[in-house]
Design a protein around this ligand. Structure first.
Ligand code: PLP
Length: 418
């Protein structure tokens, strides 16, 4: 028998074991000042590429004004109670109406958080007779929702339609015995690689197999498609997505989320989803703030055009300079290098300390052991000068990496002593 907490102290876990050297630098860094492309980190102004503030709405003057006014009018307490009991309002209902209209769905339902919303949607819509078939690189919220499922789950190789079809065959066989149904889950845009989920490919399989499709479009909402309605719109299959989900944490630069679909299914979710029934309603300032953000997202296409101008300049600039940016087809821009964890840490430090650029660095276990990934998130608030400067800096970093600079003993020692 062990003391539970002694065990936790001994086995800190894959990330926490680095906490003594990474805390507040690589993990939990504090970015300070007005949200935007230039923020302070460790007392220094940095060119910042690490926020999913795709349309630049976080610091948009109209958004800031509405956020402040609605907070002053309602406070953060209003409305009190869960939606079903006492926490409903005309603003909540209006936001749902507008989100449904924007997504070309019959109805929509607000969620307090994206992560817990996805977990709870999955929990609500399947029972032990049903089978879930999901993409291998799904976000943690999908994985955790699937973990709650009492029935069978089959995973298909990332974005691989042959693999999906194989799993659908297995699933079909099973539900023919149990009398259940099949739920396929994937993402619109995968947030690490920037690759779009092959929604068109998934939907094409609906001709041969009977299943319902749930798409998490956290990174596609507001950034993809002609009107910004997301990856379903981008690929021309929005009407074939049975449940469309997005968080407000990215293009909407706020907190909250929603799910949209057929009226009867959304009504079912309203009366069934445990994370919403047993939790307080989304605060009024967040709802009124989301209405303002949605208005700008819909009525100011120039924000999305500017985002894509920056994305295109950054991605073509990187490709022209010989960088590997993987398979992105969205604003998310990974830059992939070969190297170990020590080199990754040294590169990131060099980038921050000597070039004043801040972006996320991703290492094993998120990427394979010998891969270093920097993840650039372009936004509508960045400028072409920001892009040019960053391209030049990454060219300098690559040269140093190729010359073995980041493997130097003294550099590795500095990283270790952080
Ligand atoms: C794909 C995806 N789904 C869901 C979420 C969770 O959303 P939230 O931050 O609203 O909990 C995120 C991250 O924010 C995400 O990237």
């Amino acid at each position: 028998m062990t003391d539970l907490f002694d065990k936790l102290k001994m086995e800190a876990g894959p990330l926490a074991k680095y906490s003594h050297m990474a805390d507040q630098y690589f993990t939990f860094p504090k970015l300070e000042g007005e949200i935007g492309p230039h923020m302070t980190f460790n007392g220094k102004m940095m060119l910042n590429w690490s926020l999913n503030n795709y349309l630049g709405l976080a610091n948009h003057p109209e958004v800031r004004k509405v956020d402040a006014e609605s907070a002053a009018q309602y406070g953060l307490g209003s409305p009190m109670g869960a939606r079903m009991m006492s926490g409903n309002s005309v603003h909540h209902m209006e936001l749902e109406r507008q989100l449904a209209e924007f997504e070309h769905k019959e109805d929509a339902m607000l969620l307090n958080f994206g992560y817990q919303g996805v977990v709870s949607i999955i929990d609500a819509i399947v029972d032990r007779k049903d089978v879930i078939v999901y993409d291998a690189e799904s976000h943690a919220c999908i994985i955790d929702g699937v973990r709650l499922h009492m029935g069978k789950r089959f995973v298909f190789a990332h974005n691989d339609m042959e693999s999906l079809e194989k799993q659908l065959q297995r699933a079909t066989k099973l539900v023919n015995e149990t009398g259940g149904g099949i739920l396929v889950i994937t993402e619109g845009v995968f947030g690490m690689s920037g690759r779009q989920g092959d929604l068109k490919g998934v939907v094409a399989l609906k001709d041969k197999y009977k299943f319902r499709l749930f798409v998490d479009d956290a990174h596609g909402f507001g950034t993809m498609g002609k009107t910004g309605a997301g990856t379903g719109e981008e690929q021309g299959v929005q009407d074939q997505i049975d449940l469309y989900f997005s968080t407000f944490a990215k293009a909407m630069a706020s907190i909250g989320a929603f799910v949209a679909g057929d009226k009867r299914i959304i009504t079912y979710l309203r009366y069934t989803m445990r994370s919403q029934i047993y939790a307080k309603s989304l605060p009024m300032p967040l709802v009124i703030g989301a209405l303002k953000r949605l208005e700008l997202l819909r009525n100011k296409p120039e924000l999305r055009e500017k985002l894509w101008q920056i994305v295109t300049a950054m991605q073509t600039g990187l490709i022209e300079r010989g960088f590997n940016i993987g398979m992105t087809s969205s604003p998310v821009t990974p830059i992939l290098f070969k190297g170990g964890v020590g080199e990754a840490a040294n590169m990131a430090m060099d980038l921050r300390e000597n070039y004043n650029i801040f972006c996320s660095v991703v290492i094993y276990p998120v990427v394979p052991k010998d891969v270093i990934m920097f993840r650039i998130i372009p936004t509508a608030a960045h400028s072409m000068e920001d892009v040019e400067r960053t391209l030049n800096v990454f060219a300098a970093l690559k040269e140093k990496l190729d010359n073995g600079y980041y493997r130097k003993e003294e550099l590795l020692a500095v990283t270790k002593s952080l």
